[in-house]
Ligand binder design. Structure first.
Ligand code: D0W
Ligand code: ZN
Length: 649
């Protein structure tokens, strides 16, 4: 509040200048940023409401817990869980929800291979985290739009997209996705076949979308945790070093030191001493904290921190690099004027740590730091490595795109409140080719079960980051004198690569991002390009195509399998959309007719059945540097100082 008054005061002052006529371009640029007020443009009561609403959604999400899976409960005659039983809450009787997303559910989704258990966890999380937020989100959308319009934007989505300073941003990312979709479809088809080998074609449809609970991740956003089920050439040294990290007794602290050493090897900045004193790297046991990893710039040139409930896994080791990349960027632009202390665009901020991790995760680097035994550079080992990278970098792309596609449409009103969930699933099916493993309806709010929705963090930055980080990788590799295939490049210890990266990062937001790209590429391009990521994965693309010769590429929505949902005695709440409920058209038709009283012909004409119900850094980032820096300083509980290292022994 105090901050927004201050911000508005600055804004009042700034707007009195005829700044558009100033001769100095950097100063004009400063004014163009300062004169956007954001949510502080709202009248005070609404500003308060919006701030509290976001806070409530975020803490509600972060506090969500579910019950342990109990295979003895609530089953139908056919052995299925009775998800649609009236007595939904029975599941909570005699059970205190104790499992939290981090670490329990993350780990369950990653390691369980029991489809019933996975489906239970998948559903319970959405019941606990998503559903309760629906009403709040509706109001949140209204207020966000109001704030955006007061700033002269069409709606909040328009406001968010303005971060990218280009008029045709949506066309650009649409074009990038079109270039990458063929690779995604090949990966999807291959993984689907492997899942059929594991779970059978009554659970995974050979020509349909993949059920979203089987991909090793709560949101099916990255698929690295099903590497064991899908690895191209089994019986070779695994490129997942989780076990080695544990065997070698790595602590969270060690993982961050490891990450730091990569930055230092490039001649970049070490973490300042306050970082090691004040970061929170282990989940505390005495209080609830927001476990979702984050990196913080306290904007005083001294205080930089990471908060991460670190587990000893390869995934968290990569995340450590990711978060430290944010801090490195913060450090690189700390001498810029206050208003330019930000990423060239939000995707650049997301890319820095990942760029280093592209090198750090190569088998040759993992050998160099003793996490992997000798791996020869055979074709099979290369494919295994590229495949594991694709489960991360390629699998993520459609999700990275659709989260904001959904929000943009919500903000613009194209998706109305009564369609929140069904339109979410339209996008999930169309872009990712995944389907809900059980009936969803408009009481559900599945988008809300993903952190960035309640926390109101824009998401398309990650989509763009996953593409631009390969542009960075290619250019830094060139600077490092790498020759040979791009996926084998490791820029460790390259002062030249470090210098180039520093040149780009130290600009902060002082120049429009195309100019930063120009610096990166020595003038070759100033555009986002899919070329480098496609080049990186080219050997895998060829391999997948040869493996998928007999596969159906893509997915048909009407082939989706939703198991254990429609039962003759199920009481079905009002819902707005069902995608083909059972696999066999005849069984489906008879069940639908017995359950819903629909005639079979309703179904035959359209295999996709739509039943309409009648009833039916951003905030945080700005919070630190631009909006409410004192807020956090007033509440230091999240960051209680921790004694480095001793906690780990
Ligand atoms: C910040 N943001 C948190 C956390 C969690 C990154 C995330 C996405 C993704 C796979 C004060 C403040 C910002 C940073 C800043 C956020 C993570 C794990 C990794 C997408 C998926 C992947 C990389 C990304 C997800 C982040 N600071 N990731 O807010 O300075 O702007 O801390 O949410 O490999 O869905 O998990 O981006 O660091
Ligand atoms: Zn990030």
């Amino acid at each position: 509040m105090e901050w927004s008054r201050f911000h508005r005061h600055k804004w009042d002052q700034a707007t009195t200048f005829a700044w558009k006529n100033f001769s100095s371009a950097p100063v004009r640029r400063m004014f163009s940023f300062v004169t956007v007020l954001g949510r502080a443009a709202l009248p005070e009561d609404k500003l308060k409401e919006l701030t509290e609403l976001t806070q409530e959604m975020k803490s509600s999400y972060s506090a969500a817990k579910i019950c342990r899976y109990d295979p003895t409960r609530r089953r139908l005659d056919n052995g299925d869980y009775d998800y649609n039983a009236d007595n939904d809450l029975d599941n909570d009787i005699g059970c205190i929800p104790t499992l939290s997303l981090e670490p329990h559910l993350v780990q369950l989704m990653a390691t369980s291979r029991d489809p019933e258990e996975l489906r239970y966890v998948w559903r319970a999380w959405r019941d606990a985290a998503g559903r309760p937020l629906r009403g709040k989100y509706t109001r949140f959308v209204e207020l966000s739009n109001e704030a955006a319009r007061l700033n002269g934007f069409e709606d909040a989505g328009d406001f968010w997209r303005s971060d990218y300073e280009t008029d045709d941003f949506e066309d650009i990312i649409d074009g990038l996705w079109a270039e990458l979709r063929p690779l995604y479809e090949q990966l999807h088809a291959y993984v689907r076949r492997k899942l059929i080998e594991k779970y059978g074609d009554t659970i995974v449809p050979p020509r349909g979308p993949i059920p979203a609970h089987l991909l090793g991740n709560m949101w099916a956003q990255t698929w690295t945790h099903i590497l064991d089920l899908t690895v191209p050439y089994p019986g070779r040294p695994s490129v997942d070093v989780t076990n080695t990290l544990r065997r070698q007794g790595y602590s969270p602290f060690d993982m961050f030191r490891l990450s730091e050493s990569f930055f230092i090897s490039l001649g970049l900045e070490p973490m300042p001493s306050t970082f090691w004193q004040k970061s929170l790297l282990i989940k505390p046991t005495d209080r609830d904290v927001i476990c979702h990893a984050s990196a913080w710039d306290f904007c005083n040139g001294i205080d930089y921190r990471i908060k991460q409930c670190t587990q000893i896994t390869m995934e968290d080791m990569i995340t450590a690099h990711h978060e430290m990349g944010h801090i490195q960027y913060d450090l690189q632009y700390r001498n810029q004027p206050f208003i330019f202390r930000d990423g060239a665009n939000p995707a650049f901020h997301e890319a820095v740590g990942d760029v280093l991790a592209l090198s750090a995760a190569t088998p040759s680097h993992l050998q160099e730091i003793n996490l992997l035994a000798n791996v020869d550079e055979s074709f099979e080992n290369d494919i295994n490595f590229l495949f594991s990278m694709a489960l991360d970098k390629i699998a993520f792309l459609p999700f990275g795109y659709l989260v904001d596609k959904w929000r943009w449409e919500v903000f613009s009103g194209e998706i109305s409140e009564s369609q929140y969930n069904s339109r979410w699933w339209d996008l999930r099916v169309n872009y990712q080719g995944v389907s809900a493993p059980l009936l969803r309806d408009e009481d559900d709010f599945d988008p809300g079960a993903k952190f960035h929705i309640p926390a109101n963090v824009p998401y398309v930055r990650y989509f763009v980051s996953f593409i631009v980080q390969f542009q960075f990788h290619a250019e830094l590799c060139k600077a490092a004198g790498h020759s040979g295939p791009l996926h084998r490049c490791n820029i460790y210890r390259s002062a030249e690569a470090g210098r180039l990266l520093r040149n780009v990062l130290s600009l902060g937001k002082s120049r429009p991002w195309p100019e930063a790209l120009s610096v990166l590429t020595s003038g070759r391009t100033n555009q986002l390009e899919a070329g480098p990521i496609l080049e990186y994965f080219e050997p895998l693309m060829s391999w997948l195509e040869s493996q998928n010769k007999d596969e159906f590429i893509g997915w048909q929505e009407n082939e989706a399998i939703v198991l254990g949902v429609v039962s003759s005695n199920a009481s079905v709440r009002p819902f707005s959309a069902v995608i083909a409920a059972l696999k066999s058209p005849s069984r489906r038709a008879s069940l639908l007719s017995s359950t819903f009283g629909l005639r079979v012909t309703d179904f035959e004409t359209s295999p996709v059945l739509w039943l309409r119900s009648d009833s039916s850094k951003a905030v945080q980032k700005d919070g630190m540097c631009l909006r409410e820096p004192w807020n956090v300083l007033r509440n230091p509980t999240d960051f209680r100082a921790q004694k480095p290292h001793t906690e780990f022994t």
